[in-house]
Design a protein around this ligand. Structure first.
Ligand SMILES: *[C@@H]1O[C@H](CO)[C@@H](O)[C@H](O)[C@H]1NC(C)=O
Ligand SMILES: *[C@@H]1O[C@H](CO)[C@@H](O)[C@H](O)[C@H]1NC(C)=O
Ligand SMILES: *[C@@H]1O[C@H](CO)[C@@H](O)[C@H](O)[C@H]1NC(C)=O
Ligand SMILES: *[C@@H]1O[C@H](CO)[C@@H](O)[C@H](O)[C@H]1NC(C)=O
Ligand SMILES: CC(=O)N[C@H]1CO[C@H](CO)[C@@H](O)[C@@H]1O
Length: 486
């Protein structure tokens, strides 16, 4: 059923969404962070959005949530920064490094919630049938519509009769990919883009992901993690209830779900800039001749499930099957995008893997089928054909990646004309370090870099970003002047 005015989620999302296997769990995943000083604004605004941008006869609409922050805006001609929200509830504009840039450039900051997530779901029931309008292609069109809508309302408010403000678009992770793709598909609507850890390449068997975990961990920690996997696999044979309970994960009935959960728990340390929280206790246990499984279980329970507030059920296919739109439907929604468009299946490499070899292609395909039904299959080749993958023919896009981030192998790591790529290398530089500092979660106000093992590495790339923004925004303003004088 179609719901115009999807306010059924209005009862405060106290947010606990946290999903590591999605490239960008929310910037503000942990409920601990859900205080207003972490946001520039949490005041909601709404617009009516087209449900299906690609149908000539379906004119249904849904209400989509957005935010605006004008404190730094130099009216009337300052730039507008569009910060893309991705695969989770969008509860405001986070106070990350974009706010420093906004201050510097005198920019307004706006953010649009991704369709289906949070309060922007067109449907109450998220059945597979109802998810058919959930795609990056529709989301890009939403952003384009929103950009026009917001520019018009800003012009009206400012009594601007000619010319538009220069726009710049930002995103981290999946929104980073959207940020690059938006330049590709709608180049006339922005002056440039930052694609931070932007996963522009859809990957079917994403073996580099596990390999990067090994590289980021280093030989000793990697060997310990492999030993943990070996021990868990053995205990799953002998006493599976006991071993699942030891990790607080008895509810994961399917062994693959449990093994995937255990693998993700390690991933999170490297992806989000906390490698020592995992590797130090494992090294200590090794040295003292203590049980590695106990040490890993403590890490999982205290850190992964504890401090970060990850919920075990996120990994349960039973949970993923639930079609009720609500505060934790993000898991199901992201898996739908994975199972239809981008895959990024985090499979075990054939040789030397950290994760269990049971987390393979079959596991992922079975999950897609079990959760969404027959025929749901990731069209990875079509996605890369549509966007170009790492051969994206865009312009004025900065790509940034963190050296320890497993997702960087789905991003563009090599510069090409008008699309510079930078890597930020340091011991705890992970997903979105340029905008988030270190660690990358929980949020550091203004993306403070003081806890990065090399603040210099972060600053150097931030300076490059600023220089490109300066250039591209001024080129855009020159162009606007020459149009308006025609
Ligand atoms: C969207 O359209 C509906 C129906 O025309 C209207 O009732 C509602 O107020 C509109 N919402 C917004 C945010 O403009
Ligand atoms: C825009 O014009 C209206 C009516 O002419 C006026 O009341 C308002 O103050 C103007 N706003 C700005 C920002 O100049
Ligand atoms: C992915 O891996 C599976 C299992 O190794 C293999 O059968 C399949 O051909 C691979 N697919 C692609 C597209 O690489
Ligand atoms: C498998 O991995 C080990 C350890 O990294 C390496 O020494 C070996 O050469 C690899 N074997 C193959 C067939 O790639
Ligand atoms: C910009 C940059 O330094 N990119 C490098 C990122 O890492 C890959 C290796 O994984 C290099 O090939 C790139 O040159």
């Amino acid at each position: 059923m179609m719901v115009v005015g999807a306010r059924f989620l209005a009862i405060a999302l106290a947010i606990s969404f946290f999903f590591i296997s999605s490239p960008s769990h929310a910037f503000l995943t942990s409920r601990l962070l859900h205080s207003t000083d972490k946001f520039l604004t949490t005041e909601e605004h709404w617009l009516n959005q087209t449900l299906d941008h690609f149908s000539p006869y379906d004119h249904r609409q849904f209400e989509q949530r957005y935010y605006e922050f004008l404190d730094y805006f130099r009216a009337p001609d300052g730039p507008v920064f569009l910060k893309i929200c991705g695969e989770s509830s969008c509860n405001g504009i986070p106070n990350d490094y974009v706010s420093v840039l906004a201050k510097k450039f005198g920019a307004a900051v706006v953010s649009l919630e991704h369709r289906y997530y949070g309060k922007s779901s067109p449907f109450k029931a998220l059945t597979t049938q109802n998810l058919k309008y959930l795609s990056s292609k529709q989301a890009l069109f939403d952003l384009a519509n929103f950009r026009q809508y917001y520019q018009n309302s800003l012009s009206t408010k400012l009594n601007k009769t000619k010319g538009e403000n220069p726009w710049f678009i930002f995103g981290v992770s999946y929104p980073g990919a959207l940020s690059a793709w938006f330049r590709l598909k709608f180049p006339h609507l922005t002056c440039g883009s930052l694609a931070s850890s932007g996963v522009v390449l859809a990957v079917y068997n994403f073996t580099e992901f596990d390999q990067q975990i090994g590289e980021s961990a280093g030989p000793e920690c990697k060997a310990a993690l492999q030993e943990v996997t070996r021990l868990v696999e053995a205990r799953l044979e002998s006493n599976q209830k006991a071993v699942k309970s030891a990790f607080g994960a008895a509810e994961l009935k399917i062994d693959g779900d449990f093994l995937y959960f255990l693998a993700d728990a390690a991933v999170m340390a490297f992806q989000y800039g906390n490698p020592d929280k995992l590797c130090s206790p494992l090294a200590q246990a090794n040295k003292a001749g203590e049980d590695l499984l106990d040490a890993y279980a403590s890490y999982v329970k205290d850190y992964f499930l504890g401090s970060f507030g990850v919920s075990v059920k996120t990994y349960s296919q039973e949970h993923l099957k639930s079609t009720a739109a609500g505060e934790d439907s993000s898991d199901r929604l992201w898996w739908f995008q994975v199972c239809t468009e981008v895959a990024y299946f985090q499979v075990a490499p054939l040789n030397d893997s950290i994760r269990s070899s049971k987390v393979d292609t079959r596991y992922h395909l079975d999950l897609c089928k079990n959760v969404f039904g027959d025929g749901v299959y990731p069209e990875v080749d079509a996605t890369n054909l549509y966007y170009g993958g790492t051969k994206i023919a865009g312009s004025k896009i900065v790509f940034t990646n963190g050296s320890q981030d497993p997702w960087r192998h789905a991003s563009k790591q090599i510069s090409s004309p008008n699309m510079p790529a930078y890597i930020i290398s340091c011991h705890n530089c992970g997903h979105g370090t340029d905008l988030r500092g270190c660690p990358q979660s929980p949020l550091n106000p203004e993306g403070n870099d003081k806890s990065c093992s090399s603040p210099d590495a972060v600053n150097k790339v931030r300076q490059q970003i600023t220089d490109h923004m300066d250039l591209w925004l001024s080129e855009c303003q020159d162009a606007a002047r020459s149009w308006s004088s025609v």
